[in-house]
Write a protein that binds this ligand. Structure first.
Ligand SMILES: Cc1ncc(COP(=O)(O)O)c(C=O)c1O
Length: 376
């Protein structure tokens, strides 16, 4: 019995269990290319290192590489995935500021030379396993105007950043740069100003000790379009360009965009497995849910409003809650969405802006399948 259960969970479920074919995530190659071109237009002279975790599908990674991206990684698994696609480790930045010792060692042996740090302990650990590497000190950013805050965990204030820069040199490491990350889906371009001020202060203060950095990594966090208006990337580019001029000297600049390069290229195609009415509220149950792709709907408390449509396309609309296939009440990823009033089993629901932090965030909860990623 147990063997059967494990077999079911680990095999290609569509083959063994045709009832569980699962949702498809369609990724538009044209939109990925257009997004990279928009980023490069908004940030001339800034090399994008795509945040691999955002959507690590090999087809997506290949397209991004062809469009001119290098890659940001946070694990050796991502390093191996990219190396298998022919990406050179020297074109990767390892930006996770606290790494298991062996992750740093393996990455450095493979040829990755740029690592982020934000503590004395990590500096020492890095120096012990990768003594010849380049380190960038991660500066904290304030909890800003981002819909999916990812700050608060990493980064240090200006005083500590200055201290870590000196310690890096004392430990014999190459002090390479400063880095920060605003928090994902940042909606206000001026959010970039404060970490740029902090970076300027660190650069100025270490200069009085005869230290310089070669690199500024402005991280990711640039927004993608969901249901609401977002400022154009060019507005972020303008804030950055203004603040760059205030730096005490010129440095190479890189960024780590994820969401803004792939979110709008993705559309989930999922199947209505049943509709129900409960206490006057209509529910659409689909084979896509929070646990196999829509985790960020939960994480953002519903603030990420994915655009939804359905294949029936009836003029008469009614409001639906849309929920996944599990028994878990957290599985609902949209509420009060207008869909065809006569929506029924077998119809398709399309979820737009779904290319970032979706398929990769999928679990096998209940054994329901992960989405299949298809490049179109
Ligand atoms: C260090 C770092 N860089 C880049 C990113 C990518 O962010 P985003 O997908 O919002 O651009 C993240 C994700 O949160 C991150 O933690």
């Amino acid at each position: 019995m147990l063997e059967h259960a494990i077999g079911f969970l680990s095999s290609d479920s569509a083959e063994r269990d045709p009832a569980g074919a699962g949702p498809i995530l369609e990724m538009s190659s044209a939109r990925i290319r257009a997004a990279v071109a928009e980023f490069i237009g908004a940030f001339p002279d800034v090399q994008p290192f795509y945040a691999t975790k955002c959507n690590p599908d090999p087809g997506v990674l290949r397209l991004l590489g062809e469009a001119g991206c290098s890659f940001e990684i946070a694990s050796t698994a991502e390093l191996h995935m990219l190396a298998d696609l022919g990406v050179r480790p020297s074109d990767m930045i390892f930006s996770n500021p606290v790494r298991a010792r062996e992750q740093t060692r393996i990455a450095a042996q493979a040829g990755v030379h740029r690592f982020a740090v934000d503590s004395t302990e990590e500096l020492r650990r890095t120096a012990s396993v990768a003594p010849a590497c380049d380190v960038s000190v991660r500066v904290a950013t304030a909890p800003g105007d981002s819909l999916v805050p990812s700050e608060g965990k990493f980064g240090v204030g200006v005083d500590d950043a200055v201290r870590l820069c000196k310690e890096a040199v004392e430990l014999g490491l190459h002090l390479h740069g400063l880095t920060f990350h605003m928090g994902s889906q940042t909606l206000t371009p001026e959010t970039l100003a404060r970490p740029m001020d902090d970076v300027r202060e660190v650069m100025t203060r270490i200069a009085s000790d005869g230290l310089r950095v070669d690199l500024l990594d402005i991280g990711g966090g640039f927004p993608a379009r969901y249901s609401e208006h977002i400022p154009p990337l060019a507005d972020f580019g303008r804030v950055f360009a203004r603040k760059r001029q205030e730096l005490p000297y010129e440095v190479e600049v890189v960024a780590e965009p994820g969401r803004c390069l792939v979110a709008n290229a993705g559309t989930f195609r999922c199947r209505v497995i049943g509709v129900a009415e409960r206490h006057g509220v209509r529910w659409a149950h689909t084979d896509l849910g929070v646990f196999n792709g829509m985790m960020e709907a939960l994480e953002s408390g519903g603030d990420l409003r994915y655009p939804l449509g359905d294949s029936r396309g009836s003029a008469s609309r009614e409001l639906f809650n849309v929920t996944g296939p599990t028994c878990d009440s957290q599985d609902t990823f949209a509420t009060g969405v207008p869909l065809s009033a006569d929506l029924r089993e077998g119809d398709e629901i399309q979820v737009g802006s779904a290319g970032a932090y979706t398929a990769t965030y999928s679990t096998r909860f209940h054994g329901f399948p992960a989405p299949r990623v298809v490049i179109i």
